[in-house]
Design a protein around this ligand. Structure first.
Ligand code: B12
Ligand code: SF4
Length: 543
């Protein structure tokens, strides 16, 4: 590092590539990549011509589309966004950049790059890694290239010195005002939301849904725009990486920052001006309401007033993810009145023991009263659940499955995952005692001979629980594949019923009754999009 590369013009241009997921299924990006779009807005505001390349929204194969974009301009900097789930595909694109434009200055950023800069240098063709929020480091980098200055020592980067050692230079998190300015710069008018909506509408085959109400609900969900108003979540759940993201870049504890209520309203208005067909705004904050939250009630009042005086459409709805222990009847009522239709809750488990292992034991006593209150107020709770934890016993798994089924029947929506995924940066992923229970998958970067072992599962220490979970996973996958081929992409809520169905015989063998099989099948088929004849046969075959 430290070498200066000459800028190709006085007005440097940057190409930013979003994380790439070719699978377009459950594990996919359902919206334009917010991180790189926000960076593009900030760079443009500083006079730096910037293009976003979104590999998940191309008319031709993304590899070919990228080559075309690379050859269409003189890029001073090419930035590649990375996440753990998409790393092998992100690396494939990074290697294409190096091959097509050998002189490009290639930077990696995002979640995985921040937590694993060494791995990025080992597997990717990168000149520099950005740690944490990319705004300041990218502005600094471009300014130096413009001035022909050396590029070493930029705060918020990791570089490789002559001896091959990785040097990390920490940066502090964006201040509240810097974060507000970055969010305000996000170029919503350029983000291709409608292209995503069209794709999702056909993936879910809207016309085939069982009722008009279901179609309307799904449409409202699909025609959504994402807004993030917070920099990170301080709750410290042990399976979560996001909570440690800014600390990792700062090298110490970062300060929390978020938009005020009136600033949120400004953003809502801008989004609606850019995308008047949007029906829902999804607040993408890791956690939207805190226990001692002074923003939520004024924000709800502000939204109601803005709807009344026509500043935003009266039908506009909202979705947010919240801590269940931060909910109260007063807040739920205010949110419902403002148009919050779905509230996500990271419940994770109904077992107090597992919750303690996840560092969220305090939420347990709030689950029953707050889910009941949310349902009574007409809000749909969306629960995220992880069926097992490293120390889970069979009874913990059974408790979560039974309770999940009970709440599903009462009107909750559920996303279910079988085990903890060891995301880089999460506490559980760093725990050496869990290494023997961590499973790896061999990952290969297409177009290269690069391969590595990526941690993909932390399985329960109890071998019987692991056996049950893995059998459930196999059974789930064997049912999901044919069903999706015949019917349509199944959203999480249907997948969770499939998980419950898969678990029944396996848990029964172990003396754990979860639910009546005929009843679970009935619930599943009632929610499926209209079955085509082949799918009906399949349903009959699996019955
Ligand atoms: C929104 C979101 C989604 C949306 C994505 C919509 C979209 N296209 O934006 C949806 C719902 C589709 C989604 C899906 C999933 N997500 Co998600 N998601 C998030 C969430 C809540 C916010 C991301 C976001 O927009 N952040 C705001 C922007 C501004 O921040 P950012 O992207 O990090 O970008 C900043 C920096 O990272 C950096 N940066 C980013 N890219 C680059 C590139 C360069 C060149 C540079 C210099 C800098 C840079 O600068 C940016 C601005 O400061 C994060 C949690 C979080 N707090 O980040 C989880 C998160 C990213 N998701 C996660 C997961 C696990 C998933 C799923 C697997 C969930 C699931 N089981 O289905 C899927 C998989 C997606 C996939 N294919 O990888 C994990 C990833 C863990 C990891 N280490 O990889 C996170 C971190 C949550 C967590 N628990 O830890 N997700
Ligand atoms: S509340 Fe959500 S975002 Fe916050 S630490 Fe826990 S899992 Fe992560």
């Amino acid at each position: 590092m430290g070498r200066a590369r000459r800028s190709t013009s006085d007005s440097p241009s940057a190409l930013l590539i979003g994380p790439y997921d070719p699978h377009c299924g459950e594990f996919t990006f359902l919206a334009p990549p917010l991180g790189v779009w926000r960076l593009a807005g900030v760079l443009e505001a500083a006079g730096i011509e910037t293009k976003v390349f979104d590999p998940n929204c191309c008319r031709e194969p993304p590899q070919r589309a990228l080559e075309r974009v690379l050859l269409s301009g003189a890029w001073d900097i090419v930035g590649v966004s990375t996440t753990g789930m998409t790393l092998r595909f992100d690396l494939e694109l990074a290697h294409i950049v190096r091959r097509v434009t050998p002189e490009a200055f290639i930077v990696a950023g995002g979640m995985e790059a921040t937590f694993r800069p060494e791995l990025m240098f080992e597997l990717g063709p990168f000149d520099l890694i950005v740690l944490g929020e990319g705004e300041r480091p990218l502005l600094d980098l471009v300014a130096r290239r413009r001035a022909g200055q050396p590029l070493g020592g930029i705060a918020g980067t990791a570089e490789r010195n002559k001896d091959g050692q990785i040097i990390r230079i920490p940066q502090r998190a964006l201040s509240r005002d810097e974060l507000r300015d970055a969010i305000y710069s996000t170029p919503y008018d350029k983000m291709p939301y409608s292209a995503y909506w069209e794709r999702l509408e056909s993936a879910y085959r809207i016309g085939a849904l069982p009722s008009k109400a279901a179609r309307e609900a799904r449409l409202a969900e699909i025609r959504s725009v994402r807004l993030i108003t917070l920099n990170y979540c301080p709750m410290g759940c042990t399976f979560c990486s996001a909570t440690n993201f800014l600390h990792e870049a700062e090298g110490s504890v970062a300060s929390i920052a978020r938009l005020e209520a009136d600033e949120c309203l400004t953003m809502i208005e801008r989004i609606m001006a850019a995308h008047p067909r949007a029906r829902t705004i999804i607040f993408q904050d890791d956690i939207f309401t805190f226990t001692r939250d002074r923003r939520i009630l004024p924000l709800c009042e502000g939204i109601i007033a803005a709807k009344q005086n026509g500043r935003i459409p009266a039908h506009l709805q909202f979705i947010s993810t919240n801590r269940i222990d931060a909910m109260s009847t007063e807040r739920l009522t205010a949110m419902r009145r403002a148009g919050f239709r779905v509230l996500g809750f990271g419940i994770e488990s109904f077992s107090p023991r597992v919750l303690a292992e996840f560092n969220k034991a305090q939420i347990h006593r709030h689950i029953e009263p707050m889910l009941s209150a949310a349902l009574a107020s007409g809000v749909t709770p969306f629960l995220d659940l992880i069926l097992s934890s490293p120390h889970a016993a069979l009874e913990d798994v059974a408790q979560t499955l039974r309770e999940a089924y009970r709440w599903l029947r009462q009107g909750c929506e559920i996303g279910m995952y079988p085990y903890v995924i060891p995301f880089s940066g999460a506490m559980l992923a760093k725990d050496p005692s869990l290494l023997p229970h961590t499973h790896y998958a061999r990952r290969h970067v297409a177009g290269t001979d690069i391969a590595w072992q990526q941690p993909v599962k932390i399985l329960p220490i109890d071998p019987d629980v692991t056996d049950a979970i893995l059998r459930m996973e196999r059974s789930f996958e064997s049912m999901l594949g044919p069903l999706e081929r015949q019917v349509a992409h199944l959203p999480s809520r249907l997948r969770s019923l499939l998980w419950i169905l898969s678990s029944l015989p396996i848990m029964a063998e172990r003396g754990q009754y979860i639910a009546d099989e005929r009843e679970v099948r009935g619930e599943l088929y009632a929610r499926l999009p209209a079955l085509r004849p082949e799918a009906a046969m399949l349903a009959a075959a699996t019955a």
